[in-house]
Ligand binder design. Structure first.
Ligand code: G6Q
Length: 567
């Protein structure tokens, strides 16, 4: 754990609590156990350490845990009062204590008919109304009835947003490509680097393009800069257009009506969500509009249904058979007791290639905190570094470190069994790699087995002696396998909700507020100060010598290039 920069006097007491101490004691006894021995001793290990939920199977048997470990982990969850906090979240209590907000992304996909109250007001009628508004709008766009200023239907939708207003819907569109509309393409612009929007606009025509400006606050610099550039591109390209024409090509998704109006979008064309929806939890809200146009409202409802089913599982199952809780507690076991620093997400499904990036934000922005709910310093590690990429590509790149590196990196392997595109033997090759990797990571290969294999391959041992140590794999690398029958909207909804709740449970055990993001706010503020200095060429704020030196270098290179352009 890194030393605290600001030493807070008060320390979070978690590591001195009975459940924590019991786990620490247990860890000392089991830390050397090899999973291979656990499998050999218990032929039923898979049956006992796997759970099925609808079309999803979670196999957590390849973890360095015994029955005692699991019991102690659930004791820790109970000590943290996970169930009580879970109910507080679902009931709309303001568990985001630093911002005084409820955390109710679950209300956005509440398909039960139960009311959900925030400040004594049932939010469900507003949620339903917004869904209906999006259904009407998306169906008009998808059917070609939404006509642009030149009388043509929309063929390209550009979502302008960043962070939570980009990653979720972007990932959903990639994941559900087989459900996409045939004639409408959806694009995502997030980067304020002009290259991003420039490259996109080059291929588009104003008369057939619809922009969705998605921003919870509608004050995010990157998004507004891109939105203004898009507006200029539209006006330049379209020639003489009226306000009504702009309204046919720009809609907004936000919680901030005033700023939307200031930007020049009529509130009639605004799709709303609420302050109780965190940015990184907002794909279920109007932030999902681009994905709704792409896959259609019925499929989006399926996504919500799948998430709702996982919500119900999370709410009602005992901790012992609760998928998000199990994943969360395993993560804590490795992060806090084995000191694992990172955890990898490895999808074996091309359409899930954006999932690691999405989960990076969901997890690290939620639990990358070092102060607990009461403002005390945590004396334990919190959110792990989440990273990953498509598994099959990773095998040819970074898996070397997973197999033979010095670090313990727990992994989530995710696969779907049925694919819409099962060309000849592609599916089986993909599946066999998925299965073989978790087995190899668990089993490893000792000296005897390596010798045996060399002999089988007809290699004389004395010639291979110096190669032998390099061919040994210790194994014992933990993994979860999450296998879904098919990547349908419903299955995707369940998968994403499972991860959201896993993050929630970890936040509760670590006693964090997983729903604020002061680190992100800081970035937004700092850049504004430096922008003034870049634009004016004057030094207005105090910086360290590195930042000042870099700022000066930017200015110098820009000056030089402007001068050379003049010549
Ligand atoms: C998410 C974060 C952050 C946010 C972006 C965009 O939880 O707060 O990623 O989504 O900074 O913010 P706006 O939606 O307000 O533009």
């Amino acid at each position: 754990m890194r030393p605290a920069r600001v030493i807070l006097n008060a320390k979070s007491p978690l590591i001195n609590t009975p459940a924590w101490l019991a786990l620490l004691d247990h860890y000392k006894k089991v830390k050397k156990i090899h999973m291979l021995d656990l499998f050999e001793k218990d032929p039923q290990r898979f049956e006992r350490y796997s759970i099925k939920f609808n079309d999803m199977l979670l196999d957590f048997s390849k973890n360095r845990v015994t029955d005692e470990t699991m019991k102690l982990l659930f004791d820790l969850a109970r000590q943290a009062r996970v169930e009580e906090w879970r109910d507080k979240m679902f009931n709309g209590e303001k568990i985001n204590n630093t911002e005084g907000r409820a955390v109710l992304h679950t209300a956005l996909r509440n398909r039960s008919g139960r009311p959900v109250f925030v400040d004594d007001e049932n939010v469900m009628p507003a949620v339903e109304a917004e869904l209906e508004k999006m259904r009407v709008f998306s169906e008009k766009v998808r059917s070609g009835q939404w006509i642009g200023y030149a009388g043509l239907p929309i063929t390209n939708v550009v979502n302008i947003g960043i962070g939570g207003s980009d990653l979720g819907p972007n990932m959903v569109c990639r994941a559900l490509t087989p459900y996409a509309h045939n004639n409408i393409r959806v694009h995502f612009v997030s980067n304020v680097d002009g290259t991003h929007i420039d490259q996109m606009l080059k291929h588009l025509r104003p008369e057939t393009t619809l922009f969705i400006v998605a921003s919870k606050t509608f004050t995010t610099q990157e998004t507004l800069t891109n939105a203004n550039t898009a507006k200029k591109w539209f006006l330049d390209g379209a020639g003489r257009v009226t306000e009504d024409d702009i309204a046919k090509h720009f809609v907004a998704v936000s919680t901030n009506e005033e700023e939307v109006e200031k930007f020049g979008i009529d509130p009639v064309n605004m799709f709303r969500f609420w302050d109780w929806v965190g940015g990184r939890y907002s794909l279920w809200s109007a932030v999902g509009l681009a994905s709704i146009i792409y896959i259609g409202m019925d499929n989006f409802i399926e996504l919500l249904e799948g998430a709702h089913e996982m919500d119900e599982h999370f709410r009602s199952e005992s901790l012992e058979s609760n998928m998000p809780v199990i994943l969360a507690m395993l993560g804590i076991w490795y992060g806090n007791f084995f000191n694992a620093e990172s955890s990898a997400v490895l999808p074996y499904d091309h359409n899930l290639r954006m999932l690691p990036a999405y989960l990076e934000q969901a997890d690290m922005e939620s639990n990358g905190k070092s102060v607990d709910r009461q403002g005390r310093q945590t004396t334990y590690s919190t959110g792990k570094i989440i990273w990953g990429a498509e598994g099959i590509n990773g095998q040819h790149a970074f898996y070397q470190l997973l197999h033979q590196g010095t670090r313990l990196i727990p992994t989530d392997f995710i696969a779907s069994i049925q694919s819409d595109v099962c060309l000849r033997n592609h599916c089986d090759i993909l599946a066999s790699n998925f299965l073989a990797q978790t087995e190899a990571l668990m089993r490893g290969r000792n000296m005897d087995k390596t010798r045996e294999q060399l002999e089988k391959a007809g290699i004389e041992l004395h010639k291979a002696e110096n190669r032998l140590p390099h061919m040994i794999f210790e194994g014992n690398q933990p993994s979860n396998s999450i296998v879904i029958k098919k990547l349908t909207p419903r299955a995707l909804g369940s998968l994403l909700a499972m991860y959201e709740h896993k993050i929630f449970v970890q936040g509760i055990v670590w006693n964090l507020n997983s729903y604020d993001q002061w680190g992100v706010e800081l970035g937004k503020k700092l850049a504004k100060n430096i922008l003034q200095e870049l634009e004016s060429g004057e030094n207005m704020h105090e910086h360290d010598s590195s930042t000042q030196g870099l700022l000066d270098w930017f200015r110098e290179v820009r000056r030089e290039s402007m001068e050379s352009e003049k010549q």
